[in-house]
Ligand binder design. Sequence first.
Ligand code: ZN
Ligand code: ZN
Length: 80
Amino acid sequence: MMKSMCCEAMRYYTSNHCPVHNSPFKCPDWLLLYDEKSNIYGIIIHDGGQSYVKINYCPWCGRALVGCQGDGSLDTDTIQ
Ligand SMILES: [Zn+2]
Ligand SMILES: [Zn+2]
């Protein structure tokens, strides 16, 4: 179940479209990673490891990829 992506290109490149590789880090054609758990999009760096560069905006359509949480003020003082 994929969430609705900002554009077709994003949907394509974050989905598993490779019949050979089952890991995005192993496939040279797999450009983008979407981590559903943390809601992070990243450009995969194919250096043999599992690294990627987090992106906040879609490289194709330019829309913000991470939903803004709250009004921009990160409240870290939650100690009661
Ligand atoms: Zn897009
Ligand atoms: Zn592949």
